[in-house]
Design a protein around this ligand. Structure first.
Ligand code: HEC
Ligand code: HEC
Length: 279
């Protein structure tokens, strides 16, 4: 085979239609390390699936969600908000925090925002187990620290977002057809997508382009939304509904238990459209 066609072949094998690398395979159970380390990885997977109800994590969760509510197949889905390969990107630069974040920091921040709860202490059992599990999901993959954002090599694409072109009304209709059968017309189905039991205004999904990109890869589960325009309109509708505000200091543990939370955003406040009601 001539060199150019060999090159084309290897590109076709590593690049998918959108031009990004195709997702790596999930590690085989046989790759589970022995003894205590393997036990920590297994516990981490359990906590990932049952964050909201497990005795080790439920006190840190303030809504009806678990990690797996947004990262399907325990974070090991090939395309839908996958955490395969994510650990290879850390430590990473966090523009929001203006600090270098470890994978453990990234995991703990999800408790404050996506799970609307409290940041578990650094080095606590659930924190170590979850981080061990997510690291295991990158078994065999090369480390490439990310100097731009705390995101792994297979994070989903975010569609362009032109506020003047968004139709919340069209989003409401699409939501009724494609989403309400599971999440309810009132958004309070299983799991709830707005209101006091959903993610707060500081979560990644509270940003319309991020929610739109996530929907394109993830929802509905059997056939995700196929167009950027549909995803942006549905995302705008979902995020126009009430949800908890985010006031960072309310989500940090007591001062003596924070560890070094390396953040210059200690007074960060994000307001959701209408929840809780304005005074
Ligand atoms: C409400 C939805 C939601 C929940 C719940 C949630 N996440 Fe996430 N998570 C996201 C989104 C959205 C991103 C950002 C992905 C992006 O921008 O590409 C993300 C990113 C991450 C990342 C960084 C991924 C990368 O590519 O570097 C990690 C690690 C992570 N989440 C772990 C967790 C863990 C652990 C939990 C539970 C404690 C959790 N998440 C709960 C939505 C969620
Ligand atoms: C067939 C049922 C079904 C349909 C239809 C569906 N979802 Fe979901 N959705 C789920 C399930 C189940 C989860 C939890 C993750 C999992 O188990 O895969 C979820 C999780 C979510 C989450 C993250 C967790 C939360 O509650 O905030 C959002 C946001 C979401 N869906 C939005 C949508 C939107 C918007 C649509 C329509 C475009 C949609 N879903 C269609 C079943 C569905």
């Amino acid at each position: 085979m001539a060199l150019p066609s060999l090159l084309a072949l290897s590109l076709a094998l590593t690049l998918n239609a959108s031009g990004s690398r195709s997702p790596p395979a999930k590690p085989a159970d046989a790759a589970l390390p022995p003894d205590e380390l393997g036990e920590a990885v297994k516990l981490g997977k359990k906590l990932f699936d049952e964050t909201g109800t497990h005795p080790l994590t439920r006190a840190f969760v303030g809504n009806a969600l678990s990690c797996a509510s947004c990262h399907p197949d325990s974070g090991a889905h090939p395309t839908a908000s996958t955490l395969l390969g994510a650990a290879t990107a850390y430590p990473a630069w966090g523009p929001r925090e203006q600090a270098v974040l470890t994978l453990e920091d990234r995991v703990l921040n999800c408790f404050m925002r996506s799970l609307n709860g409290t940041r578990p202490p650094v080095g606590s059992k659930p924190s170590i187990a979850l981080t061990a599990y997510i690291t295991w999901l990158s078994t065999g993959m090369p480390v490439r620290l990310n100097a731009e954002a705390p995101l792994g090599p297979h994070s989903f694409a975010k569609p362009a977002f032109v506020p003047s072109k968004v139709s919340v009304e069209r989003g409401r209709k699409l939501y009724g057809e494609r989403c309400a059968p599971c999440h309810g017309e009132d958004g309070q189905g299983d799991p709830p997508v707005w209101g006091p039991r959903s993610y707060n205004a500081g979560a990644g999904l509270a940003a319309v382009p991020k929610l739109a990109g996530w929907l394109r890869a993830t929802m509905p589960p059997d056939a995700p939304l196929a167009s950027d325009a549909d995803a942006v309109d549905v995302a705008a509708y979902v995020n126009s509904q009430p949800r908890p505000d985010f006031v960072l200091r309310d989500h940090l543990p007591a001062g003596d238990r924070t560890g070094v939370y390396n953040s210059s955003v200690a007074d960060e406040v994000d307001r959701a459209p209408t929840w809780p009601r304005r005074k």
